[in-house]
Design a protein around this ligand. Structure first.
Ligand SMILES: Cc1ncc(COP(=O)(O)O)c(C=O)c1O
Length: 480
């Protein structure tokens, strides 16, 4: 038992004693916590909320059970070294950038890179080179950057030192990880893989989406998103020896000195569970997703996104974008009906679709419940079919004009500027229109006429726009 779950074993020892600590956390295993909240959480959760006391090791300098647990995780995921993260993949991506991207050094990344990456560049001081992304024009779903587009940008910019790939992105879509990563590594640049949505993909061989299988240099996974870990619990896998020390140092700078043992214990449990059941559990999950897809295809009025996906795009079979456009329902309306009338929640809703995840935690009853609800809705919701939106896709493919790096943007500070005075000014923060929910402006980018026209159009359509205030002003770089 000790060999497989070293951290849980040590925590259990504390649970078995009449332990009383004189250290943080202040609630002392729940005793100093409001009774109603304590009852809600349950006794063991609180008793397990321990800290770096004797026997429980130290996350910054692991020598005991935490080291053993991280070593086991590295074996399970086939990595040289694995670091546990207690502030999500956000901190892992930022540590990877701090380790592998120096001030003034160019880094290639797709335009749909996550906000934590945009912010990470302000820490590293790197210079972004943005790769264009494709977006499905009807559904408004970001697909990603084709491998040949990434590789050709590498050829055009010989001073790029690192590439960050988002594989798969939020909707579970990406390209073949093996050819992408091999193609990049031929240029001898470091590959950082944001695999926040793909930790489970290591445990299968049907879909070539896993960046950890394809051995990107640094791979960051949200074990809480697709595996059984608690929220915020993530892993950073190092796949080449030279990154062990720089990553350790970067995490030393960024991670808390008070890691939650509940989160760490959940990572210990995940590595053990995946070692024993990973392949089988994922097969079962994908089988359930297949059953759900079949049921949905049989209900008139719904469409599934993956059914129309052309090469080179690949989708995680357990992520389903479902459109009820033929029933006249927006994704927002469908999500609302599912939540209000059937107590069913979705991962994301957008104008044209809902996105749902089938996970290791689902069973056949869950699948029947969701498909039953969709069938029910299809019987009484018959409105005029929804028109697809005409997305302005060129803005996600254009070469952006950068005046400042994300670090310089941060140092300059910001001011509010009305939209009609924003032409030629520099963005302080990303500007994102939902749908498609991917920044079309990055910090440091110069605002051109086409961007402002797009913004005005999006506001008129009542789309959610992140980065514009209620009064219609933008947060732009302060001008001296
Ligand atoms: C593509 C992508 N990368 C990174 C992250 C950050 O992950 P975390 O929430 O674990 O910090 C997210 C979060 O949703 C994401 O969608």
């Amino acid at each position: 038992m000790k060999k497989n779950k070293p951290l849980l074993v040590e925590i259990s020892k504390y649970l078995g004693r009449e332990y009383r600590g004189f250290h943080t956390p202040g609630h002392q295993q729940g005793c100093g916590m409001a009774g109603s909240f304590r009852d809600l959480l349950g006794k063991n959760v609180l008793a397990m909320d321990l800290t770096e006391v004797p026997g429980l090791d130290n996350l910054k300098n692991p020598q005991g059970c935490l080291k053993e647990s991280q070593d086991l995780a590295a074996q399970v995921f086939g990595a040289c070294q694995t670091f546990y993260l207690v502030n999500g993949s956000t901190i892992g991506l930022q540590a990877a950038l701090l380790a592998a991207n120096k001030t003034g050094q160019k880094i290639l990344l797709p335009r749909h890179a996550h906000l934590s990456v945009v912010n990470g560049l302000a820490l590293s001081g790197g210079v972004p080179v943005l790769a264009p992304i494709s977006i499905d024009p009807e559904w408004g779903i970001p697909l990603g950057t084709k491998a040949e587009e990434m590789i050709s940008l590498l050829g055009e910019n010989p001073d790029i030192g690192a590439v960050l790939i988002t594989q798969p992105a939020y909707h579970g879509i990406g390209v073949d990880s093996f050819s992408l990563i091999k193609g990049i590594q031929e240029y001898s640049v470091t590959v950082i893989a944001d695999e926040a949505h793909g930790a489970h993909l290591y445990f299968q061989t049907k879909v070539p989406l896993s960046a950890q299988q394809a051995k990107a240099d640094l791979v960051i996974q949200s074990a809480h998103k697709t595996l059984g870990a608690l929220t915020q619990s993530s892993m950073l896998h190092v796949n080449s020896d030279k990154w062990r020390r720089p990553v350790r140092r970067a995490l030393d700078i960024l991670q808390t000195t008070s890691p939650s043992y509940l989160l760490l214990a959940s990572l210990d449990s995940v590595q053990d569970d995946m070692a024993k059941n990973g392949g089988r559990a994922l097969d079962k999950t994908w089988e359930l997703a297949g059953i759900l897809k079949k049921k949905i295809r049989d209900i008139p009025g719904y469409r599934l996104f993956g059914d129309e996906l052309a090469k080179p795009w690949i989708q995680d079979p357990a992520r389903l974008a479902i459109s009820a456009a033929e029933l006249g329902l927006t994704g927002w309306e469908l999500a609302d009906i599912l939540r209000r009338e059937y107590s069913l929640g979705v991962e994301l809703s957008d104008y044209y679709y809902i996105l749902i995840l089938v996970t290791l935690g689902h069973n056949r009853q869950d699948i029947s419940r969701l498909s039953g609800a969709l069938l029910d809705i299809s019987k009484y919701e018959k409105r005029a079919p929804l028109r697809p939106l005409n997305f302005t896709l060129e803005l996600y493919r254009d070469e952006p004009k950068f005046a400042l790096t994300p670090r310089q943007v941060l140092e300059n500070g910001s001011e509010e500027v009305p939209l009609d005075q924003a032409l030629g000014r520099i963005a302080f923060e990303p500007l994102t229109v939902y749908p498609p929910g991917t920044p079309f402006i990055w910090p440091g980018q110069v605002l051109e006429k086409k961007h402002l026209t797009y913004l005005e159009w999006a506001v008129k359509q009542h789309f959610a726009v992140h980065g514009i205030s209620k009064k219609g002003s933008l947060n732009l770089v302060h001008e001296n």
